[in-house]
Design a protein around this ligand. Structure first.
Ligand SMILES: Nc1ncnc2c1ncn2[C@@H]1O[C@H](COP(=O)(O)OP(=O)(O)OP(=O)(O)O)[C@@H](O)[C@H]1O
Ligand SMILES: [Mg+2]
Length: 590
C-alpha cells in the first residue's frame, strides 16, 4: 500500500489534469444514472400512453452523448496521467541506475535491469490509468445508480444492496493472493529477460561452444516458468467476474421477490420497477470494474515495490557536500597505505597497504600476476570504488573530497576491453567531448593511427560500427578508444594493456598511437609488454595486493629471486609479437 501512495506522489504535479478528468467523470456518472432514470418515462409515458415520444427520445440521445463525452475525456485524461507518471518513474529509475557504483552493476545483469525499466514500469502504468480512472469514474456511476434506487424505493434498495458487503471479504483475500502471484510473474519475466540478454550478448561464445540448444532450452524453461506464473495470475483474476455476477443475480432475485409485492400494493409503478431493475443491472458493469480495481491495484503495488526497491538502493559514489573542483593536475598522484576489499569479496582484502607516488609527467608501469590487483588499483583513482583504508591524493587533495566530475574530467582511460557504442565513428571518438569539431576529431584519429582505416570505411567518419563496435577489428577498436582518450586530452592517463590481442602490424600501429597518447601526460600503465615496461620511469610490482618491488627494469631483473625477475624469466612479460605470430585466435571468439 505504501508503494501505491508513493506512486501517487508522482501524479501530484498534474492536478489540473486530474481535475479535468474528474469533471468528465461527473458527466459520465450523471449520464449513466440519467439513462436508467429515463426508463421510467419510457415505460410509463411512451409505451403505456404513447405520449412524450419526442421528449424522451431526444433526452436519451442527449444523455448518451454527454455520457460519451465524459467517458472519452475521463479515459483520455487518466491515460495521459498514467503515461506521465510512467515517464517520470522511468526516467528517474534510469538516471538512478546509471549513477550506481560498479559494485551495483557487478551484482545485476543488463537483462534484469531492463526488465524492471520496461515490464514493471508498464504494469504500473496500467494501474495508474485503469485503477485510478476506474476507481473514480465507476464509483461515481455506482453512487448515481444507488441514489436512483434509493429515490425509487428505499426499502427495496436496501434489500438489494445488502449483497454488497458480502463482496468485500473475498475481494480482499483475492487481492492479497494476486499481489503475491504478480510478483512471482514479474520475477519470472525478469529471469527470462536475463537469460535472453546473456545469450544475445555472448552470441559468439554460444556458437563457438555449440551451446545454442542448451541456451534455447534454458530460455524455454524460463518462458515456461513465466507461463505457469501467468496462469496463477489468471486463475485469480478469472474468479472475479463470475463471483460478481452471481452476487448481482442474488440482488435481482431479491428485487423481483420484494418488488412484485410493492407493485401489487401500488407503491411502485411498473415503469419505476423496470427502471429500478435496469439501474440494478446497469450497476453490474461499474461494480465489476470496481472489483477489478483492487486486483489492478495489487498488481501495481507488486510492480512498484520492485521499482522502489531499486530506487532505494544507494551505492552511488557521492560528492562530499559542497565538494570543491579539483584544480588542474600539476604535481603528483599519491596512493597512501591503500587498503581495499570488494563488498562481496568475503572479507578478503584485494589491496593491502599499497603506497605509490607518481610525479607529474612520469609514466609508471604496474606489473604483476593475474589477479594481483592491478585493475583494482587503477579503478580506485577515478573513484569507481572508494578505498576501504588509506587514501588517494592528487596534488594533496584526497579524491573523496573533490567534485567527482572535476576528478573524472582529468582522467583518460583506455581499458583492456574496448567499449564502443552503436553510433558513428566520429561520435565514438567525440564521446568525452560532445561538441568537438570535425577537425579535432580527425586530428585525434590521425594521432591514433586510425584515420586511414576510417576513411576506408563505407561512410568514413559517419560509419556506424554496431553494438560494442562489432563491425571493427580488435586493433581498430583499440585505436578508436585511443583517439577518444586523445581528444579528451586529460592530464592523467590510465591504460590497461591488452595482452596478445593483435598481430604485429596492428600492434605497431596501436603502440605508436599509445606513445603519442602518453606524451606530455602522467600515465599509469598496467603493462604486459617489455617494450612498454622498459620505457617506464618506474615499475611497480604488485603481488597478492601488496607492492613487493619498485624500480626500473634493469634494477629489478638483477634482483635474485625477485618477483619481477621471475616474471621475466618465465616470459610472462611479452616481447613484441614475432611477425606471423598472431594473437587473433584468442580474441576471435569473444
Ligand atoms: N567486482 C569484484 N568483486 C569481487 N572480487 C573481485 C571483483 N573484481 C576483481 N575481484 C578480485 O580481486 C582480485 C584482483 O582483481 P584484479 O582485476 O585487480 O586483478 P588484475 O591484477 O587486474 O589481474 P589481470 O592481470 O588478470 O587483469 C582478484 O582476485 C579478483 O578475483
Ligand atoms: Mg586486470
Amino acid at each position: 500500500m505504501n508503494a501505491f501512495l508513493r506512486l501517487l506522489d508522482y501524479a501530484r504535479p498534474h492536478r489540473a489534469l486530474i481535475a479535468g478528468a474528474f469533471v468528465a467523470m461527473l458527466f459520465y456518472g450523471a449520464g449513466s444514472a440519467g439513462l436508467a432514470w429515463l426508463i421510467k418515462p419510457m415505460v410509463d409515458d411512451v409505451l403505456a400512453r404513447q405520449d412524450q415520444l419526442a421528449w424522451v427520445t431526444s433526452a436519451i440521445l442527449l444523455t448518451y452523448f454527454l455520457k460519451g463525452i465524459g467517458a472519452y475525456f475521463s479515459s483520455y485524461l487518466m491515460d495521459d496521467l498514467g503515461h506521465r507518471v510512467v515517464l517520470a518513474v522511468r526516467t528517474e529509475l534510469y538516471g538512478h541506475l546509471l549513477v550506481q557504483s560498479a559494485a551495483f552493476f557487478a551484482r545485476r545483469t543488463t537483462g534484469q535491469l531492463l526488465s524492471r525499466i520496461n515490464n514493471d514500469v508498464n504494469m504500473v502504468q496500467r494501474a495508474v490509468a485503469e485503477t485510478v480512472g476506474d476507481l473514480a469514474r465507476e464509483t461515481l456511476a455506482v453512487v448515481g445508480f444507488a441514489g436512483l434506487l434509493l429515490y425509487y424505493d428505499a426499502g427495496l434498495a436496501l434489500v438489494c444492496l445488502t449483497a454488497a458487503p458480502l463482496v468485500v471479504y473475498p475481494l480482499v483475500r483475492l487481492g492479497g493472493r494476486l499481489r503475491q502471484v504478480t510478483r512471482w510473474s514479474q520475477e519470472a519475466l525478469e529471469h527470462m529477460s536475463h537469460v535472453a540478454g546473456e545469450a544475445f550478448s555472448g552470441h559468439r561464445i554460444v556458437k563457438a561452444f555449440g551451446a545454442e540448444g542448451r541456451e534455447a532450452e534454458r530460455f524455454g524453461q524460463a518462458a515456461h516458468r513465466l507461463y505457469r506464473m501467468n496462469l496463477k495470475v489468471t486463475r485469480v483474476l478469472s474468479l472475479l467476474p463470475p463471483m460478481m455476477e452471481f452476487l448481482g443475480g442474488l440482488a435481482v432475485v431479491g428485487a423481483i421477490w420484494y418488488g412484485s409485492g410493492e407493485i401489487a400494493e401500488g407503491r411502485l409503478t411498473q415503469g419505476e420497477f423496470t427502471s429500478f431493475v435496469a439501474a440494478l443491472m446497469l450497476m453490474y458493469g461499474p461494480v465489476k470494474k470496481l472489483s477489478r480495481v483492487n486486483a489492478n491495484l495489487q498488481q501495481a503495488v507488486a510492480a512498484s515495490e520492485r521499482i522502489f526497491e531499486l530506487l532505494d538502493i544507494h551505492t552511488e559514489v557521492q560528492d562530499a557536500p559542497e565538494a570543491p573542483a579539483l584544480p588542474r593536475f600539476h604535481e603528483a598522484i599519491e596512493f597512501r597505505d591503500v587498503v581495499f576489499g570488494y563488498e562481496d569479496g568475503h572479507g578478503r582484502h584485494t589491496l593491502r597497504g599499497v603506497s605509490v607516488r607518481v610525479e607529474a609527467g612520469q609514466m609508471v608501469a604496474i606489473v604483476g600476476r593475474s589477479g594481483a590487483g592491478k585493475t583494482t588499483l587503477v579503478n580506485l583513482l577515478p573513484r569507481f570504488y572508494d578505498v576501504t583504508g588509506g587514501s588517494i591524493l592528487i596534488d594533496g587533495h584526497d579524491v573523496r573530497t573533490v567534485a567527482l566530475a572535476s576528478l573524472r574530467a582529468q582522467i583518460g582511460m583506455v581499458t583492456q576491453e574496448t567499449v564502443l557504442f552503436d553510433d558513428t565513428i566520429a561520435a565514438n571518438i567525440a564521446y568525452g567531448v560532445p561538441g568537438a569539431t570535425t577537425e579535432a576529431i580527425e586530428a585525434a584519429a590521425r594521432a591514433a593511427n586510425a584515420h586511414e582505416f576510417i576513411v576506408g570505411q563505407p561512410d568514413g567518419y559517419d560509419t556506424r560500427i554496431g553494438e560494442r563496435g562489432q563491425r571493427l577489428s580488435g586493433g581498430q577498436r583499440q585505436r578508436l578508444a585511443i583517439a577518444r582518450a586523445l581528444l579528451k586530452n586529460s592530464p592523467i592517463l590510465i591504460l590497461d594493456e591488452a595482452t596478445s590481442a593483435l598481430d604485429s602490424e596492428s600492434e605497431e600501429l596501436v603502440q605508436g598511437a599509445l606513445m603519442r597518447l602518453m606524451q606530455g601526460r602522467t600515465s599509469l600503465v598496467i603493462a604486459h609488454r617489455l617494450s612498454t615496461i622498459r620505457r617506464a620511469d618506474a615499475i611497480i610490482v604488485l603481488d597478492r595486493g601488496r607492492v613487493v618491488e619498485v624500480g626500473r627494469h634493469d634494477e629489478l631483473v638483477a634482483r635474485p629471486r625477485g618477483v619481477y625477475a621471475r616474471l621475466h624469466e618465465m616470459q610472462l612479460l611479452e616481447e613484441r609479437p614475432r611477425p606471423g605470430a598472431t594473437g587473433q585466435e584468442s580474441q576471435a571468439v569473444r
